[in-house]
Design a protein around this ligand. Structure first.
Ligand code: SF4
Length: 322
């Protein structure tokens, strides 16, 4: 789940150690149905889907499965407020271990407890302890952590540069833009969000900008909600605040039924955006009709539906991160 935010970090970490990494497949109905069946309690949909992904990896024959217990996110300069992940996220490794269907695969789980807020020293120590089990030395692990931090920073800088270019283009053309906010496993997983961000682009030609292209979550939130202690809450509020400062930006908030933190973050997001925003709540239904109707109504209510011409052919996917 929160690994999605840190893929460059983990890819580089394991590459430095000479360990091949395999990602679980793109979420599909089979993976999500398996996750829903396996989950013991009644968690939110992303946690259920995570069960399906772990099973897919285990059955795919990998040797180990990294399921870190990530307690918090990296803080910003002088940031005094903690930046926690929600309890479902933090306890995911143990929630997965309690699922009977995953019991035969438990010996493959690697579960370091990571406090990114405490800085690289804690991350190095925790990873070295976990990786010792598979024969990685402390020195090699520490070196890989340093390279991993650098890779993550480099990636985030490229994202922000692409975001700045997108904002400049909107500014110069006068076109509106849609800032998509939410958690990475909600906004980037097409199997979870009915591929709505992409459909906004393809069906309406909307200029869609995910929040990671605009903010890092390490920015101070003094003037909006200084005490926002959820990591993704910080990013969501900061992106909403940025949208409020530009009249041509409008916010689409992708969330989940049963998401505790979002149940109140979304009220603060409305305040930070300074204008009504569109909240799309997903719960595993695969039919997009209701969502698209709401999207169209939102674009219309903002007076920007007419700016967009529906395209008959989806534009090809292309990388915009150079
Ligand atoms: S933040 Fe919300 S969606 Fe994410 S794990 Fe927690 S309850 Fe689920």
């Amino acid at each position: 789940m929160s690994l999605l935010d840190q893929l460059p970090f983990w890819k580089r970490y394991f590459a430095e150690l000479g360990i091949e990494t395999v990602l679980s497949p793109v979420t599909d109905p089979r993976i999500s149905a398996a996750g829903i069946d396996m989950a013991v309690a009644q968690p939110c949909y992303p946690v259920q889907v995570a069960h399906g992904h772990v099973l897919a990896l285990a059955e795919g024959g990998v040797d180990y499965i990294l399921i870190p217990n990530i307690a918090d996110a990296e803080g910003g300069e002088g940031q005094s407020c903690p930046s926690h992940y929600c309890p479902w996220n933090q306890t995911l490794p143990w929630v997965l271990r309690s699922a009977p269907a995953l019991a035969p695969h438990q010996h493959k789980f690697l579960i370091p407890t990571l406090h990114f807020q405490l800085g690289p020293a804690q991350v190095k120590k925790a990873l070295a302890e976990t990786m010792r089990r598979i024969g990685v030395t402390r020195r090699a692990s520490d070196r890989a952590v340093e390279a991993a931090y650098a890779a993550q920073r480099e990636f985030q800088e490229k994202l922000l540069a692409a975001g700045r270019r997108a904002l400049e283009t909107l500014e110069s053309t006068g076109e509106p833009g849609l800032v998509v906010v939410g958690r990475s496993y909600n906004i980037y997983d097409r199997g979870v969000n009915c591929d709505i961000p992409r459909k906004l682009r393809h069906r309406y030609g909307a200029n869609v900008i995910p929040l990671d292209f605009l903010v890092t979550g390490r920015e101070p939130l003094v003037d909006t909600h200084a005490n926002m202690f959820w990591a993704s809450g910080r990013k969501i509020l900061d992106a909403a605040r940025l949208a409020a400062s530009r009249p041509n930006l409008h916010v689409v908030y992708i969330t989940n039924f049963k998401c505790g933190p979002d149940s109140y973050i979304k009220h603060f997001a409305r305040e930070a955006a300074g204008a009504p925003l569109l909240i799309l709540q997903f719960d595993g239904h695969g039919n997009d009709a209701g969502y698209m109707t709401r999207c169209e109504a939102y674009l219309d209510s903002k007076g920007i539906l007419r700016c967009y011409q529906p395209s008959t052919e989806p534009p090809p996917l292309r990388a915009i991160i150079h």
